[in-house]
Design a protein around this ligand. Sequence first.
Ligand code: NAP
Ligand code: HSE
Length: 410
Amino acid sequence: MKTIAILGYGTVGSGVVEIIGNSNRRSGSGIDISGILVRNACKYKGHSHFKSVTENFKDVLTDDVDIVVEAIGGLHPAYDYVRRSLESKKHVVTANKDLIAEHGAELLEIAKSNGVELRFEASVGGGIPILKSVSDCLAGNSIESVTAILNGTTNFILTKMEEEEMQYDEALKLAQELGFAEADPSSDVLGLDAARKLSILSTLAFQRKLDWKEIETKGINAVDSSDFRYAGLNGCSIKLLAVSRLLADGVYASVSPVIVKKGSQLGRIRNEYNAILVEGDAVGDVLFTGKGAGMMPTASAVFADIADIMNNRKVKAETFDYDDAFVKTQWENEAKWMLRIRTGNRIGIMKDLTGRFSNCSILAGECGEHGDEVAAFVRAGSEAEIDCFEDSLSQEYDVRDFRKMMVLEQ
Ligand code: NAP
Ligand code: HSE
């Protein structure tokens, strides 16, 4: 019999309680839930485990507890509770990417020095068993790249905007109601959540410590219906992609909206689903996909960590003790880009575009919501070339807005 304390009884915490109570599961018989920590116990009157609910952390960190599940979220008080649990020689399982991206290295060291485990499979990709796969199942590979949809909320919003012409605010509200979004959804829509997940995944994949704050991060808050229309003219859709590549002199890492072919492996991923395309030198491309957010998918990943601990199964995702990665934020290779330029001189900009890029297709019939836009697809040798072009245009013309979006051509 193992005794488990659960911190947080929201979307993830209640899913974990449900799986523990489910006799159909294939592993982990003999679990006792000793306590559930919440912020406001009154909310849980009538819940099956109401008698175990408390607002006091000391009530749940009792001597008999073997495993603490942290499903509160954010850094405070989660960091303090996880640290105190590890120091009290309790194993910890968490779904908290904010915590692991910020304090993972330190907490893993504390776990090690106390002879207990800190597990965080649910922190990346929701129900997709990605961390264990990258660390253990692909151990024979040098991982060369990760190209992924790592945030369920934003993929849900983009799907609803594209397929149902739903307004951004309405789609976000729905994602919140379904339990996909973070307590502060700006983490989702600004790309921060995906950047934190990319840093955890890439640290394990490349065995170089990636600071999530160094990742170039753009969210979906500026994506509009014209972006979808222009992408659609080329048979493409828009996804918030988290991309990292191992380079000879560092790691390229970015999170941004990217144009992808509709029928491609990533273009087909809809709603709250996530997908992670990993490229290894031995295995080639491997695609992992499944529900990246939501109660039961996330609880499934949390429970797998609990079962591993109960069965004494060790995994390799147990250290972030690697050298820091030198993070590069500019794409240095040739790529296709969509450019949208708002200006008082459309003719001049069009001339400059065709003069500068030999491979340039201007969406001639499109002039944007305000009638002052030039939209084009161009091929450039590097991102720096696009930025240089933007600088030169700004010096010559009245440029009201300049937007670039990369096109993934796989
Ligand atoms: P949630 O629904 O907002 O639940 C949070 C729970 O923590 C609530 O029960 C809340 O209590 C409790 N709590 C909050 N602050 C507290 C405090 N100061 N002291 C004690 N208890 C506190 O959040 P969630 O969606 O389950 O997310 C939990 C974690 O899992 C986050 O790290 C999130 O990023 C991660 N995660 C979520 C998903 C998902 O799909 N939702 C997927 C993967 C990972 P009250 O109910 O009393 O307010
Ligand atoms: N808010 C997160 C998402 C939850 O939408 O992906 C899963 O980590």
